[in-house]
Write a protein that binds this ligand. Structure first.
Ligand SMILES: [Zn+2]
Length: 67
C-alpha cells in the first residue's frame, strides 16, 4: 500500500497516511487539529523529508524530476 501525504488546510500540518491505491482524502483527518480539510500532496514511498514538500500544484502531473 502506498503512503499518501496530506496537508491540513486548517493548520498546515503535514502528515502521511497508509491507504489503499485509489483512496481519496475522504475521512482523512488531521492528527494535529482533527480538521477534516486535508489536501493530498505528492505520494511518496520512502522519501519523507519534512520541509521539502512540493506544493500541491493545480496540474496533476507531478511525477518526479525537475523541469
Ligand atoms: Zn490540522
Amino acid at each position: 500500500m502506498p503512503i499518501y501525504e496530506y496537508r491540513c488546510t486548517d493548520c498546515g500540518h503535514v502528515f502521511s497516511r497508509l491507504q489503499k491505491v485509489g483512496a481519496t482524502a475522504d475521512g482523512v483527518t488531521c492528527p494535529e487539529c482533527g480538521g477534516a480539510n486535508s489536501e493530498r500532496l505528492v505520494s511518496t514511498f520512502a522519501s519523507t523529508s519534512p520541509g521539502s514538500q512540493r506544493g500541491a500544484s493545480s496540474c496533476g502531473a507531478a511525477s518526479g524530476g525537475f523541469t
